[in-house]
Design a protein around this ligand. Structure first.
Ligand code: SF4
Length: 434
């Protein structure tokens, strides 16, 4: 194959294949809904796909379903339906879009969503708990909450070898054992340890690859847009974790990114400013939101979103197949704790990221309807900018609700931010020459 042919085949392959897999996933959900099959509802921070896939349960991520309504510009219809029913305008928009869909019998722009046979959640977001209670009332299906000990204070985690860590790990392991019993009851199948090991092997490949892909984006120019391309990769990371298709996808994505790095092939625009993104994207105007930055040559090289919305898979944790359940407990503890840290204790890692990825500025995007992600961002920004001198921008809108998204206002703030970056760069150049 010539270099031109390889470039045509490889560059953009992850986006094409990811979009196709995503469509197939929804086709499966639609089929499950129409044939009355079983499904498990889960969340991105601690999906425990590893156990659910061992039981061949199709997984439904209501957070992903909801954001898809915004990307497809119909979220307002679902939000209004839920608000008319009685849900407050102030609560998480993902919950309301999901309720709107439920009130329409599972209707969704990508197909019909099945009702839950089981819901599995963690304490990573307090909304998860209230949200699952709604399904419990609506469908009378079992709800299983896993309590995962988080970081007690910044940098204060314990690690393997420490007695506190071992107590936390054991605490998670006992809960996972109980979940296996619930899955056996719901599916009528016995837990198959060999299949479980197979699922963990695929999950290992995916985590190792995801970690490598994120690391590769330190390249200059950066290889993929953490905001737009990254959202496609995240969809596959969540929906296909523990599956052969998911593992293969990520291996091929590493191949694509390594090829791009080797040949100096960057994003689709000429990179002028390297940016970090903190928060959840503005899905109601997703493409335009990204353009407000790319029009200035701004590229997103990493984000806290790729970190918490992959449930901590970014860390590359590898399960030990010799002691699979104990190792899953350790992985779930470390990864979900890490995902929570992306929201509550992000300062230290952000500081490292700005250096490792040679970042010019940090974009903070707190959103009205997700307080879990947005609380504390103003303090984080103050720390980064005032104490470390890293330029940052703070823009508020929403990930679902177009009523609180003002594109014109956003554009003014973003333009002013880039003008500041440009003048800072000119001053640095003048200083270097002088
Ligand atoms: S409040 Fe935020 S983290 Fe929690 S479910 Fe809603 S969007 Fe997700």
């Amino acid at each position: 194959m010539t270099t031109t042919e390889s470039t045509e085949e490889l560059v953009g392959r992850g986006n094409r294949e990811g979009a196709a897999m995503f469509r197939d996933w929804f086709v499966e959900l639609d089929h499950t809904a129409k044939t009355g099959g079983l499904s498990a509802y889960v969340f991105v921070m601690g999906s425990i796909n590893e156990i659910l896939k061992t039981f061949d349960l199709p997984v439904v991520f209501p957070e992903i379903n909801s954001l898809q309504t915004a990307v497809r510009r119909v979220a307002h219809e679902y939000l209004e339906e839920a608000e008319d029913y009685g849900y407050s305008p102030d609560i998480c928009g993902y919950v309301k879009a999901d309720i709107g869909s439920k009130l329409r019998g599972g209707e969704h722009p990508m197909g019909q969503i099945p009702a839950p046979s089981l819901s599995v959640l963690t304490n990573a977001c307090n909304t998860y708990i209230k949200w699952a209670e709604i399904w419990e009332r609506m469908y009378d299906a079992p709800t299983f909450t896993i309590d995962i000990p988080g970081t007690r204070q910044a940098g204060g985690q314990t690690w393997p070898g420490d007695a506190d860590f071992e107590a936390d790990r054991k605490y998670v392991e006992v809960q996972l054992g109980e979940l296996i019993t619930v899955c056996e009851e719901v599916t009528g199948k016995k837990f198959d340890i060999d299949k479980f090991r197979e699922v963990l092997t695929h999950a290992n490949t995916m985590s190792r690859s995801w970690n490598r892909i994120l690391e590769l984006n330190r390249a200059k120019p950066s290889l993929f847009n953490a905001l737009t391309d990254g959202t496609i990769f995240l969809g596959v990371a969540n929906g296909f974790r523990g599956t052969e298709a998911g593992a293969r996808y990520f291996e091929r994505l590493v191949e694509e990114m390594e090829y791009k790095a080797e040949h100096g092939i960057g994003q689709t625009i000429e990179e002028q400013y390297r940016l970090l993104f903190v928060g959840v994207p503005c899905y109601p105007i997703f493409r335009r939101f990204n353009e407000l930055f790319t029009d200035w040559g701004g590229t997103f090289v990493n984000s806290t979103y790729l970190w918490f919305a992959s449930g901590g898979t970014n860390g590359g944790f590898q399960y030990d197949l010799a002691d699979p359940l104990a190792s899953l407990a350790e992985g779930v503890l470390v990864s979900t704790r890490d995902a929570m840290d992306a929201m509550f204790h992000q300062n230290e890692v952000l500081t490292h990221m700005t250096k490792d990825f040679d970042v010019d500025g940090v974009i903070y995007h707190p959103i009205k309807s997700c307080r879990t992600v947005s609380t504390g961002l103003a303090d984080s920004r103050r720390h980064l900018t005032e104490e470390l001198g890293i330029p940052s921008l703070f823009i508020e809108s929403d990930m679902m609700d177009r009523r609180v998204v003002s594109e014109a206002q956003m554009k003014n703030r973003i333009d002013a931010f880039f003008e500041g970056l440009a003048s800072r760069r000119q001053q640095a150049l003048a200083g270097a020459e002088g």
